[in-house]
Ligand binder design. Structure first.
Ligand code: HEM
Length: 327
C-alpha cells in the first residue's frame, strides 16, 4: 500500500498529539487495530433507552404516556444545552444568538406540534384508570421545564400576576422565588392548600432552582439580550425570533398541553373539588399566568392579548410562514 502524503501528514499529526501527552502513538495504532467497529445500537445505547419504560399498570396505552414524556424531556435537554451555551459561554456575536435561538424555537415547535400523540393517541378510558396509579406524580414536577424558565428570564418576570407589577425593587431572589407563578398552580381546590405533588417537588428542587436563579440572575437570555451590543440588540431578525421563542414557550406549547388536559380531565369545578383535584382550569390556560420571557419586546396591546385569540390572530400567519402550522 502506498503511504500517500495525506496518510503521512495524519501520522505526523497523530505523533505530535500523542507526544504532547507523553504517549506512544504506535500503542494507540495497535488499539485501533484490535478494537471492534462501533455499532449504531451501542453508540445510541438503544437497549438502555428501550429499557427505561416501566409502566405502573398493564394498560396497553400507558407506555405511550411514558415515552412521550421522555421524548419531551429530551427536547427540554436540547433546549437547555442551547440556553446554557448562549448564557454561560456567550460568544456575544449576532450569528451565535441567531443560531441558538432558532434551534430553541425549532425544538419548541416540534414539541407543540407533536402533542397530538397525547391528545389523540390514547384511549381515554385507559388513561383515566392508569393515571390513578401514578398519583401524586405530575408533569408539573418537570424540573427541566422550570430550568428553561430560569435560564430564559429574570425571576421577577415569573412572579405571579397581580404581584408581578408591584414587586419591591430590592426584593431578594428568595422573596421572588417564593411568589413564582407555579407555586400557585398545584393547589387543592377543596382546601386551598399546596398539594403533595407540589410539596414533594419543592423539597427536591427549591434549593437547586434557587442556586440556578443566582447563577442566571444577570446571565439569563433576557438580561443578556437587553445588555448586549447594539448590533445584537437592534437586529430586527433576532427580535422577531426571540418573540417567536416567547410565543412557542409560553403560548403555543401551553395551549397544546392544555388541550390534552381538557380532552381527558374536563369536569365541572365541583367534581374536581370533590375528587381532590387541582385548580388546573384556572391555571393552565396561558392567558391567566401571562408568562413572558421578554416583556420588553411586546406592546401593551400584545400583552393584553397574551394567550387569547387576539395573539393568535396577530401572529399566526407570520409564525406559520416561518415554522409551519401551529396546532
Ligand atoms: C394526557 C396528557 C396530559 C395531561 C392530561 C396533563 C395534565 C396536566 C395538568 C392537569 C397539569 C396541572 C397541574 C396538575 O394538576 O398536576 C399539568 C401540568 C404540567 N404538565 Fe401536564 N399533562 C399531560 C401531559 C404532559 C406532558 C407530555 C408533559 C411533558 C413533560 C407535561 C408537562 C407538564 C408541565 C411542565 C406542567 C406544569 C405547567 C405549568 O406550570 O405551567 N404534561 N399537566
Amino acid at each position: 500500500m502506498e503511504l500517500t502524503p495525506e496518510i503521512l501528514s495524519r501520522l505526523e499529526q497523530l505523533e505530535k498529539k500523542y507526544a504532547s501527552m507523553g504517549q506512544d502513538m504506535v500503542s494507540y495504532l495497535d488499539g485501533l487495530l484490535y478494537s471492534n467497529s462501533l455499532t449504531y445500537w451501542e453508540y445510541i445505547h438503544l437497549d438502555t433507552l428501550l429499557s427505561l419504560q416501566n409502566p405502573q399498570t398493564d394498560f396497553e396505552d400507558e407506555p405511550i404516556f411514558i415515552m412521550y414524556h421522555q421524548i419531551t424531556e429530551l427536547y427540554f435537554r436540547l433546549i437547555l444545552r442551547e440556553l446554557e451555551a448562549l448564557c454561560l459561554r456567550n460568544e456575544g456575536n449576532l450569528a451565535d444568538w441567531l443560531k441558538r435561538i432558532r434551534r430553541v424555537v425549532n425544538y419548541f415547535k416540534n414539541l407543540a406540534s407533536s402533542f397530538d400523540v397525547m391528545v389523540e393517541g390514547m384511549e381515554s378510558a385507559q388513561f383515566l384508570k392508569f393515571r390513578m396509579a401514578l398519583l401524586p406524580a405530575s408533569g408539573f414536577q418537570s424540573v427541566q421545564y422550570r430550568m428553561i424558565e430560569v435560564a430564559s428570564t429574570s425571576l421577577g418576570n415569573l412572579v405571579k400576576t397581580g404581584v408581578r407589577d408591584r414587586q419591591p425593587l430590592d426584593a431578594t431572589l428568595e422573596e421572588l422565588y417564593n411568589v413564582i407563578y407555579w407555586k400557585y398552580g398545584n393547589i387543592e381546590m377543596k382546601t386551598g392548600k399546596k398539594t403533595l405533588t407540589l410539596r414533594i417537588f419543592e423539597k427536591e428542587y427549591d434549593k437547586k432552582l434557587l442556586e440556578m436563579a443566582a447563577t442566571y440572575r444577570h446571565q439569563n437570555v433576557n438580561q443578556m439580550y437587553l445588555s448586549s451590543h447594539p448590533e445584537v440588540r437592534e437586529n430586527v431578525e433576532l427580535k422577531e425570533i426571540l418573540r417567536e421563542y416567547d410565543l412557542y414557550a409560553n403560548v403555543f406549547w401551553p395551549l397544546s398541553h392544555y388541550k390534552s388536559a381538557v380532552r381527558y380531565l374536563d369536569r365541572a369545578p365541583e367534581v374536581i373539588e370533590a375528587t381532590g383535584g387541582t385548580n388546573w382550569q384556572k391555571y393552565l390556560p396561558p392567558q391567566f399566568q401571562k408568562v413572558m420571557f421578554f416583556p420588553e419586546l411586546w406592546s401593551e396591546e400584545e400583552k393584553n392579548e397574551w394567550g387569547k385569540a387576539g395573539i393568535l390572530r396577530m401572529f399566526r400567519e407570520k409564525v406559520e410562514t416561518r415554522w409551519g402550522k401551529i396546532h
